[in-house]
Design a protein around this ligand. Structure first.
Ligand code: IPD
Ligand code: CA
Ligand code: CA
Length: 273
């Protein structure tokens, strides 16, 4: 039985405080599908409400820390202290359409991690509808509740299930995604696009998916998930194989064997423009 740190307790408390209202709002949204205006405004309110609850909890616990909030933007804090990175609702389109696949993502970024560079040191991805709490702390592993997570052990592309995020109206590079898809899809057992990058990464950490790629993601989409995959023994890089996944907004995640195979396919696809 493992117990997480006081910091993780704060993060989990914040997520669990926002979750009941999100669950109620999600049930409500299912009834709004048939209205002509649709539930978009309602969902945007639910999103903001969840963020406000998380913000208040985190602020109460660490008043001098800065924050990067998807909805509220950047809040400056003590530059020598860590900051929170929060996505209160990852999988908004699913939520909006009554599809039960979305999560809250909260991460801690230390301004002076390894090599003096900012580094994610704690991450929590909480799925309100399943009550699954994926969490990781630097050097202490990745966990689902109190069960240790490991990335999948599959070593061959032809048995692997790979997740991705597909560009959509106003987001992403269709030509790039299509090239990568054209290189990866024929080699693997299946491709999935479930619509929550945070859960995609949590599921790679849990060995449910064997790998994941997406570009154009924001820090709040991936901060917690990157740590989860790494602490579960996996690799996360940008498309060049470097360690700038968050800053380059390119994520390629998998176990060691599949990561190098996927990276070859991705690099080849991007070379053959
Ligand atoms: C989105 C999800 C989705 C990804 C998008 C993100 P949101 O976040 O993570 O899977 O493909 O690029 O914007 O808008 O639901 O918080
Ligand atoms: Ca998101
Ligand atoms: Ca969001």
């Amino acid at each position: 039985m493992v117990s997480h740190s006081g910091l993780l307790t704060i993060m989990e408390r914040a997520a669990r405080k926002a979750a009941p209202r999100l669950r109620r709002d999600f049930n409500e949204v299912q009834h709004l599908q048939v209205s002509r205006k649709g539930p978009a405004d309602f969902v945007s309110m639910a999103d903001k409400r969840a963020e406000q609850t998380i913000f208040e909890e985190l602020r109460k616990a660490r008043p001098d820390w800065g924050m990067l909030l998807e909805e509220g933007g950047k809040i400056e804090g003590d530059p020598d202290k860590p900051r929170w990175i929060v996505d209160p609702l990852d999988g908004t389109s699913n939520f909006l359409h009554g599809i039960p696949h979305f999560a809250i993502s909260i991460a801690v970024e230390d301004p002076r991690g390894a090599g003096g560079q900012p580094e994610i040191t704690s991450g929590l991805i909480y799925q309100p509808l399943t009550d699954e709490s994926f969490w990781a702390e630097k050097g202490r592993g990745a966990w689902l509740h109190d069960g240790r997570l490991r990335v999948s052990a599959r070593r061959h592309l032809d048995e692997s299930l790979i997740a991705t995020g597909i560009p959509f109206l106003g987001h992403g590079d269709f030509a790039e995604w299509t090239r990568i898809f054209g290189a990866v899809a024929p080699e693997v057992a299946g491709i999935r696009r479930f619509g929550s990058a945070a859960l995609d990464l949590a599921w790679v950490a849990a060995g449910r998916y064997d790998g994941f790629w997406e570009s154009g993601l924001q820090p709040w989409d991936v901060a917690a998930g990157l740590l989860l995959v790494r602490e579960a023994g996996g690799f996360v890089t940008d498309f060049r194989g470097g360690d700038q996944a968050m800053t380059r907004k390119q994520v390629l995640a998998a176990n060691d064997a599949l990561h190098s195979k996927l990276h070859k396919l991705v690099a080849g696809a991007l070379r053959n423009k």
